[in-house]
Design a protein around this ligand. Structure first.
Ligand code: SF4
Length: 275
């Protein structure tokens, strides 16, 4: 019996499918719970602090104000299941906050926030597109920051709390922001002129930016269509294979993965029993 095809795609789902078909199935089709992790939750906190910072008038966006925003975000996160689920001790919570503060301070090494003209923060976008195969799919994404550059053109910015990629992975990592730019183009009728990633982790913060063209839009459409066709075929054939790589060490589903002695059917049954 064929599996039900998911109703939407996001950049993270596309990345998961490309990295490992089985992890995609666990997440997007079986909807197995993913336990929170310190790096992901720390990233959420840093995003929240920067969102607050850009809610301030331009001249007030200082490092000190950013740290105050971080402290406000820490308070707001105290009851969040993602944070509570980490089960941090007081000492671990202090380290968690201090590491987030390092990332927030590093942001200022990449740009002067008083020069940025944001028009959207944590912007949720959704658009339904028709694919050449005759299928249609809903594309969804949350843009960290949409802004206007000096010429009044749209720019899509995404913060990353991890370390920057090597030169060979740069283009691949830009896939998510190209996806967001495509959503903007479909919804606002204007192609963002530039997309950029701001990496705050690792030894040195780094920004990776690229200008967008008509060719970028066509390339994104082709990639989405190809991935959606592959997902539909995998659902039809119930064939989502594990792909063992170094990423398995960070996989939330490793305990259920047959490549590591897990039992996916037991995990699915457990989820049905808990519902
Ligand atoms: S542990 Fe590795 S192979 Fe298994 S589902 Fe996760 S990413 Fe895929």
């Amino acid at each position: 019996m064929a599996l039900e095809v998911p109703v939407s795609l996001t950049p993270s789902k596309i990345a998961t499918f490309k990295d490992c078909g089985l992890a995609f199935r666990f997440s997007a089709i079986d909807k197995l719970p993913e336990p929170p992790s310190v790096p992901a939750t720390r990233g959420t906190l840093v995003h929240a602090a920067l969102e607050r910072l850009f809610g301030l008038p331009a001249e007030e966006r200082t490092v000190e104000a950013a740290i105050t925003c971080l402290d406000q975000a820490v308070l707001a996160m105290a009851d969040d299941p993602e944070y509570v689920g980490l089960g941090l001790s007081d000492e671990q919570a202090a380290t968690f906050r201090a590491e987030a503060a390092v990332l927030v301070r590093r942001y200022f090494e990449l740009e002067d926030p008083s020069t940025i003209r944001p028009i959207g923060l944590e912007l949720k976008l959704e658009v339904e597109v028709d694919l050449p195969s005759g299928s249609n799919v809903t594309l969804r994404g949350i843009i960290d920051r949409l802004e206007l550059d000096a010429d009044g053109s749209l720019v899509v910015t995404d913060y990353k709390s991890g370390k920057p990629p090597g030169p060979r992975q740069e283009q691949q990592r830009l896939g998510g922001v190209h996806f967001y730019a495509f959503l903007c183009e479909q919804l606002f009728g204007e192609r963002p002129s530039r997309v950029q990633l701001l990496y705050l982790g690792g030894g040195h913060p780094q920004s990776i930016a690229i200008n967008r063209t008509e060719q970028s839009t066509r390339g994104l459409q082709r990639r989405v269509a190809a991935i959606w066709t592959a997902i539909e075929r995998a659902c039809e054939q119930e064939s989502f294979k594990p792909q063992v790589t170094a990423l398995c060490d960070w996989c939330a589903f490793k305990a259920h993965c047959p490549a590591f002695g897990g039992d996916p059917d037991a995990a699915r049954l457990e989820l049905v029993g808990a519902a």
